[in-house]
Design a binder for this molecule. Structure first.
Ligand code: TMP
Length: 259
């Protein structure tokens, strides 16, 4: 088989040329980085889990009409996606104080925020992804006002939907990061959700114990990193459950009823 052309290698993923024009293959690595790649490591099996988790979430978002780059999962570590022009902005949505918000503003970790906060960061590793405001985005033309309206609307919809989805499986969606891309239709560009949604770019806490089920286990050397990612996948019904009250049982009941 001919070697595929690599388009881009990031910290956690590789993009290859896709089978058709306008498509790419997104490959999920086990590599993990934190603090702008000052800390590096691997999380065994992470790529496989993030591929499944992100597939599950993007498909769920598509059912409520959020446009995404996801086409289909190809194998354990790869998915077929639409090629987009990435908007160079990381969009962070926060429901509970954690991470850089606690450090920057001295707010205690775990404080429920009275309203959801959306923050923007300029995607530039050399600059350490600095926080920016909509003024910078408009001034430097990183996205138009219309695009920013679409991005903020989608970020809030994604947050509302995912907060409910995770709450249903005993997980608090503390904060997360989204990336968006443009797809061109003639002269007209449309914004769609891109990148991935996985425990790499979300803070996910167990509702009862507040146990961290995300990349903070790696960032803070808490141990049990692989197990945390597995637990998220298991609760989403993507891995067989340990106990008997699983999605698989639910399917068996349905089969018995002949539906
Ligand atoms: P922060 O508290 O470090 O600013 O992170 C907020 C959220 O964004 C958290 O869920 C992790 C995610 N995130 C990324 O996905 N990539 C990044 O480079 C950073 C800094 C945060």
């Amino acid at each position: 088989m001919a070697r595929r052309r690599q388009i881009y290698e990031g910290k956690a993923k590789i993009l290859y040329e896709g089978p058709e024009p306008g498509t790419l293959i997104q490959y999920f690595k086990d590599d993990a980085t934190a603090f702008n790649a000052q800390k590096r490591g691997t999380i065994s099996g992470k790529g496989v889990l993030n591929n499944r988790i992100s597939e599950h979430i993007f498909l769920a978002l598509q059912t409520i009409g959020v446009p995404t780059h996801f086409i289909r999962r190809v194998n354990m570590r790869e998915q077929l996606i639409r090629q987009v022009e990435i908007v160079p902005i990381e969009v962070v949505i926060r429901n509970v104080a954690a991470g850089s918000l606690t450090k920057r503003l001295g707010i205690e970790e775990g404080t429920q925020l009275p309203r959801t906060i959306i923050e923007y960061y300029y995607k530039d590793d050399a600059l350490g992804d600095p926080m920016i405001s909509e003024e910078h985005i408009a001034c430097f033309g990183w996205a138009s006002q219309e695009e920013m309206n679409d991005i903020a609307d989608m970020a809030i919809r994604v947050n509302d939907f995912l907060s409910g989805m995770f709450a249903a499986i005993g997980i608090r969606l503390v904060d997360f990061k989204l990336e968006f891309g443009r797809v061109w239709d003639g002269d007209y560009a449309r914004i769609i959700l891109a990148d991935e949604i996985s425990p790499d770019g979300c803070r996910l806490w167990d509702v009862k114990s507040n146990e961290k089920l995300d990349k903070d286990r790696f960032r803070q050397d808490l141990g049990g990193v692989e197990e945390a990612y597995q637990e998220v996948a298991r609760r989403l019904g993507l891995l067989p459950a340990d106990d008997e009250t699983s999605v698989l049982d639910f399917d068996q009941h349905r089969k018995k009823r002949g539906k």
